[in-house]
Design a binder for this molecule. Structure first.
Ligand SMILES: [Fe+2]
Length: 161
């Protein structure tokens, strides 16, 4: 499987610095973290949903978008910029640094910008990516579940396939 851009992102210096900053900022966070495990969960769940729906997607696009989708979190904590918007800016810089082509870059940035959008078109990749991001959360095993500000009906209280 060709994950060329994904693996370039993984070793990109800007990406690693942003992730390191985010890791430090979330050190004492009691709610869901935004780490490499979360990013890979989102990628894998997106791939599963696409397979189930018979949607042919490029894995490199999905894994790259997943690695980058929460990269704006540190700016949300420090500068109060919504992380999908801050993340789009940072991701654009990283994607240029890893020589991602314009077509793929545009799709990745759309996934990042819309990963919190509840109004995505049904069965669009943006909508599937949104769902995967939410489904990746292990609310049923979370010690902070009762004080989390997610609406009760949105929490994952059962394991689903
Ligand atoms: Fe996320």
């Amino acid at each position: 499987m060709n994950l060329e851009i994904t693996n370039r992102i993984l070793v990109n210096e800007t990406y690693r610095k942003e992730l390191d900053t985010l890791r430090k900022l979330e050190k004492d966070r009691i709610f869901c973290g935004h780490d490499i495990e979360h990013f890979l969960d989102v990628a894998r769940i997106t791939m599963i949903i696409c397979t189930e729906k018979g949607i042919d997607v490029m894995p490199d696009l999905i894994y790259s978008a997943s690695l980058l989708h929460d990269i704006g979190r540190s700016k949300e904590y420090t500068e109060n910029i919504p992380h999908h918007m801050a993340g789009k800016e940072t991701a654009e810089k990283i994607l240029d640094e890893v020589s991602c082509d314009d077509g793929m870059k545009k799709q990745i940035l759309s996934l990042i910008l819309n990963h919190r959008n509840q109004q995505n078109e049904k069965d669009s990749l943006e909508s599937i990516f949104y769902t995967a991001d939410k489904k990746s959360r292990l609310c049923f095993a979370c010690a902070s579940r009762n004080i989390c500000n997610w609406q009760e009906e949105r929490k994952n209280i059962k394991i689903e396939v």
